[in-house]
Design a protein around this ligand. Structure first.
Ligand SMILES: [Ca+2]
Ligand SMILES: [Ca+2]
Ligand SMILES: [Ca+2]
Length: 449
């Protein structure tokens, strides 16, 4: 491990897979179509048709009724527009869904709902008229794999509720891959109680709950994982981007099983999307907490190899979490502050909580609430003050560039160590892959790219 070549993300993925994810993400089973039956859905399809490529169905509901574990349903490109939920609002504060996925696959044989390769199916909920709280997708089933879907526009049609949701997940062992969830009046993808889920190479952006009853912008995060009971397998966010959401980029408040966030980026959260007008909380990675209460069975969350920049509040925030989370090899740039480790002790008193190694804090303000943390080998501990010239680029634009063909993040020069940077090999071995004699500081190991 110590001299491992870092050049491929596959090495990192294999480490994480073995330790934390029930379903093998990135393996052949997650990226190849199944051995079961194959069906097709198209915007101009017909639910009375055969569901073949020549005669596709029209609706998700029709596909689910037929598909079983191991089957693959391909969605052709184009817009699938929804104007009403699949059930009536029983009152203005009731919850309804446009698409309910309540049929489970099985271990090794998920039900796959995938974009036709090379095409972009868009699920547009912006014209829904239901006068209550709305979920675009309500995923209650397990062993379901969604891939390549764009999901947008879930509205709030009254001001009696908190946020709506783009994708709501209470199932487990689901995979959400190459999902683009945006412009909802609520959170882009919200895990509520499920476990062992993988959110892979997905984007959440421009979400803004302007009709929330607790104030506009208070609840629309990019990604959330909440309410999972203790002792369950981790939910994992990998290769995800979250930007210009009115509240937080990633939010892990009120959950009792671990969450791992890695190789993910969060920026410009806490503003009205597309502006610098302050809106909700504005953390990049809000890493736990229970609304300021002490909880004895709080889990340790992990945030690593991730970047937060220009968020309105903290880039990496402990949010009153009772135990120390692991923050390894992250880069905070231009946040306020970059790392805020505000935790809580068993008496309810404020104390720093966090284990921080190999992180960079640059511009904005560096850190706060560090008393009580374990922090070493970070840029602010080492007397290695970052400067612009330590990086190949410090640009804050272009981070939303198109993804690579396999869905992985674009390779940008931004905030990567320059050749001969003083940030190279200044970190300490935390049991994760690195190149050279030691880990570099920050989210990007210098791999010659
Ligand atoms: Ca909030
Ligand atoms: Ca939030
Ligand atoms: Ca190194």
């Amino acid at each position: 491990m110590r001299t491992a070549k870092f050049g491929t993300t596959a090495l990192l993925l294999s480490v994480v897979t073995a330790s934390s994810v029930a379903m093998a993400p990135g393996s052949a089973s997650a990226s190849a179509a199944g051995a079961g039956s194959t069906y097709y859905v198209a915007p101009n399809g017909n639910d009375g048709a055969a569901g073949t490529q020549a005669a596709p169905w029209a609706s998700f509901a029709r596909a689910q009724a037929v598909a079983k574990a191991g089957d693959t349903v391909y969605f052709r490109g184009g817009t699938y527009a929804y104007t009403r939920a699949n059930g009536a609002c029983s009152g203005q504060t009731a919850k309804v869904d446009a698409i309910t996925l309540n049929k489970s696959g099985s271990s090794g044989n998920p039900i796959r709902y995938w974009a036709q390769p090379g095409e972009k199916p868009v699920f547009d909920f912006s014209r829904m008229t239901d006068n209550c709280r709305i979920k675009g997708f309500d995923v209650t089933g397990s062993w379901i794999h969604l891939k390549g879907l764009e999901v947008k526009g879930v509205p709030q049609n009254n001001n009696r509720n908190a946020e709506s949701w783009g994708i709501w997940v209470s199932g487990s062992n689901d995979v959400f891959e190459q999902i683009n969830t945006h412009h909802h009046m609520g959170t882009g993808l919200f895990i509520s109680g499920g476990s062992g889920n993988l959110v892979l190479n997905s984007d959440a952006h421009d979400n803004y709950d302007l009709r929330s009853n607790d104030g506009p912008g208070e609840n629309a995060d990019g990604f959330g994982s909440h309410y999972t009971p203790a002792g369950r397998p981790a939910n994992v966010f990998r290769g995800c981007r979250s930007w210009w959401n009115a509240d937080d980029g990633f939010d892990l408040i009120s959950t009792y099983s671990p969450v791992i966030i890695e190789n993910s980026w969060a920026w410009r959260n806490g503003y009205v999307p597309g502006t610098t007008t302050p809106s909700g909380n504005g953390a990049g990675f809000k890493s736990g907490g229970y609304g300021g209460d002490y909880e004895a069975d709080a889990p340790k969350h992990t945030v690593r190899f991730s970047v937060a920049f220009l968020n309105r509040a903290a880039g990496f925030y402990a949010n009153h979490h009772p135990v120390a989370n692991d923050f390894f090899n992250n880069t905070g740039y231009g946040n306020h502050p970059n790392f805020n480790m505000l935790g809580i002790d068993s008496r309810g008193a404020a104390v720093g909580r966090g284990t921080l190694r190999n992180n960079i804090a640059y511009t904005g303000t560096a850190t706060s609430n560090m008393s009580g943390t374990s922090a070493a080998y970070n840029s602010w501990n080492l007397g290695v003050p970052p400067t612009d010239s330590q990086f190949r680029s410090v640009s804050t634009s272009g981070w939303d560039a198109p993804r690579q063909t396999d869905g992985s993040l674009p390779v940008l020069p931004h905030l990567r160590p320059a050749a001969n940077s003083a940030l190279i090999d200044k970190g300490t071995d935390v049991g994760l892959p690195f190149s050279g004699s030691a880990p570099d500081l920050g989210a990007f190991e210098n791999d010659g790219r």
